[in-house]
Design a protein around this ligand. Structure first.
Ligand code: DCP
Ligand code: MG
Ligand code: MG
Length: 608
């Protein structure tokens, strides 16, 4: 500790630490995989149970833990200390994932932001709910549910003690509901921020809950012997800290900001100091669908290319099942390897990613599928990325391979989207907002826990990003063609179109034309579009004429055209008549004569 100026933990961070306004709950399921198995087969409850992936016991029930079985123990070691250990394979994650989703869905019924973290954890920001409850509760009668890390010495003037007590009652309610409805026991941590809520959660395991009050945040943090216990401190940061002899959280509290700044960026140094003091202002971000869907396979060592290919082939098959369940069309693929560094006797991960053409995926009867040829294309992409990560002229030793689809086409929503207009009800659920950026940057607070083998990943980490190849040029948009009843035509949500081929850039342009407005299609005569069209009475006449396509250019599929809503037909016709007026529907009259290189005409190409 020679190079460090001592400093008290509270000296620089009093400002941040005075904000106790939030009430956050962190819930973690007890021995998750084991409980899923026990709920499925109650006879397993009374036995010591281990969940096996490869030669590892990834978790065990609490009965087995009595014998000293720990997570990630080798099966052989586990059987030595508990010969009666009942082992169940945990290689198929399907049921665990399903249980995880049920818990997440249940927690959403409290109508608070819920952030899912990995398979068995969720943060819930109950700040507003607590405020609501406080309106009807008698403050003096509010008691704390469960345990407390340490009794508060005096009442905090901001009222956080009362709020956290109410939050502890809500946590208790949530845990009971999860148990009553799904059969899982859980632990909860309650605090004014995510960091403390997560860290205090396992304080009384299993099936219990603990609250930590803000005044004890810094003291609570000193109970952690390793800086690595802080969720957002990864192995690299920990290594850098340890190299400066900052090993425990107390060490981190004591080291001066100036010393930290010599080794980390200013922001990072401040962040590390805040974390060590139990401070964290990262918000609970409502989870949506995962940013990435991935699988990893770990093994002792693989040193032959053909074996690597085999591993990737197996992973790809499983990954495609997950993607099919998800339903979105992937547009980016990442390959991860963990290389064994023989000299350093250690392993480290590297990854590369590339864009994937959405045309590899097709939708058959509403299900995302990949043809044999598509799978071969994916395999060759994977192996190309592999070749970039590994110098095949030298020997290599891998201990893990991973595959993930890291980006998906999103449906564009909102009034300005033509996709919204056309796509609501058709079987292609996922369309066209191809982004070029690779937003896989680490979240400011990455609480995710790593899993050792064959795990799914909800990725927030930043891998090395392969320079993007050219944007996939064409996006095929395929839907069943059928006749439409009058009502269906009137309702854009029911519209079914034949095959249109749009490329992504073009689609953006189309959406810019704001053809999507339902209001317009439902009330065409009174629409603002009409006002803008005041100089183009011919066009308006076409609208009045209804859906005939006698004037359509020959390349237009009339059936498709007639299936389009009136407003869109009107705009297309306007452009066919006067291509230079492609902006007619939205722009002011003075723009009418401006020739535009991209018009809707270009996007309307015949289907095959
Ligand atoms: N898991 C895994 N590999 C790990 C850690 C966990 O595959 N290294 C899986 C198995 C766990 C699940 O993730 O059941 C949840 O992880 P937890 O760390 O929350 O562990 P458990 O829920 O099993 O036990 P605990 O009661 O300690 O929360
Ligand atoms: Mg757990
Ligand atoms: Mg967990």
């Amino acid at each position: 500790m020679d190079d460090r100026n001592m400093e008290t933990s509270s000296s620089t961070f009093t400002e941040v630490s005075s904000d106790h306004s939030k009430s956050i709950i962190h819930i973690d399921v007890d021995c998750f995989y084991a409980q899923v198995e026990m709920v499925r087969k109650p006879e397993l409850r009374s036995l010591p149970l281990g969940i096996q992936q490869k030669n590892i016991v990834v978790t065990s029930n609490y009965e087995a833990r009595k014998f000293g079985i720990r997570k990630c123990m080798l099966v052989s070691d586990a059987l030595k200390i508990c010969p009666n250990l009942k082992l169940v394979s945990g290689e198929d994650l399907h049921d665990y994932r399903a249980a995880s989703n049920k818990i997440f869905t249940l927690l959403q019924s409290w109508k608070c932001p819920v952030e899912k973290l990995g398979m068995d954890e969720n943060f819930i920001d109950v700040t507003n709910l607590v405020q609501e409850k406080l309106k009807t509760l008698n403050v003096t009668s509010i008691t704390l549910s469960g345990h407390v890390f340490s009794e508060p010495s005096s009442e905090c003037l901001c009222g956080c003690h009362t709020r956290l007590k109410v939050a502890s009652q809500i946590a208790n309610e949530m845990r009971h509901k999860i148990y009553d409805e799904l059969g899982f026991t859980t632990c909860a941590g309650i605090a004014h921020n995510k960091l403390l809520a997560k860290l205090v959660c396992p304080f009384k395991k299993p099936n219990d809950q603990t609250t930590v009050f803000p005044e004890h945040g810094a003291t609570f943090m000193t109970t952690f012997q390793s800086v690595r216990s802080i969720p957002s401190i990864g192995s690299k940061t920990a290594e850098a800290l340890i190299s400066q002899k900052i090993i425990t959280v107390s060490d981190l509290q004591e080291v001066s900001l100036d010393v930290l700044k010599k080794h980390f960026s200013g922001d990072m140094a401040v962040r590390l100091k805040s974390l060590s003091a139990g401070e964290d202002n990262t918000p609970v971000k409502q989870s949506g669908r995962p940013q990435s869907i991935g699988l990893e396979d770990s093994f002792k060592t693989v040193s032959v290319k053909s074996e690597v290919e085999e591993k990737f082939g197996a992973l790809l098959q499983r990954l495609l099942i997950l993607v099919r369940e998800d339903g979105r069309i992937p547009v980016s693929l990442r390959v991860t390897l963990r290389k064994k560094d023989v000299k350093r006797l250690s392993s480290h991960r590297e990854s590369r990613q590339c864009q994937v053409s959405p045309s590899i995926f097709t939708i058959n009867s509403g299900t995302l599928t990949v043809t044999e040829a598509g799978q071969q294309k994916l395999m060759s992409m994977i192996m190309r990325l592999f070749n970039k990560l590994i110098d095949l002229s030298k020997p290599f030793h891998l201990t893990l391979v991973g595959l993930a689809f890291t980006k998906f086409q999103e449906r564009m929503t909102g009034r300005s989207s033509i996709v919204n207009y056309l796509m609501n009800d058709i079987s292609v659920q996922s369309v066209l907002n191809i982004q070029n950026d690779c937003d896989t940057s680490a979240s400011s607070m990455d609480y995710s826990a790593a899993s050792p083998s064959s795990s799914t990943t909800t990725d927030l980490s930043d891998g090395e990003v392969e320079p993007s190849p050219k944007k996939p040029k064409k996006v095929n948009w395929i839907a069943k063609r059928r006749c439409l009843s009058k009502e269906e035509v009137a309702s854009p949500s029911k519209l079914k179109v034949g095959e249109l081929r749009l490329n992504s850039k073009e689609l953006e342009k189309v959406s810019e034309l704001r053809l999507s407005s339902r209001d317009r299609s439902l009330t065409p005569r009174a629409s603002p579009a009409k006002d803008n069209l005041s100089d183009t009475s011919d066009t308006m006449k076409d609208v009045a004429d209804g859906a005939n396509c006698d004037d359509c250019p020959s390349y237009v599929d009339k059936e498709v055209f007639s299936a389009l809503p009136d407003e869109m037909q009107q705009e297309l016709k306007a452009m066919w008549k006067n291509p230079s007026s492609s902006e007619v529907p939205r722009s002011s009259p003075r723009n009418l004569n401006k020739a535009k290189p991209n018009t809707l005409l270009k996007y309307f190409v015949p289907h095959k």
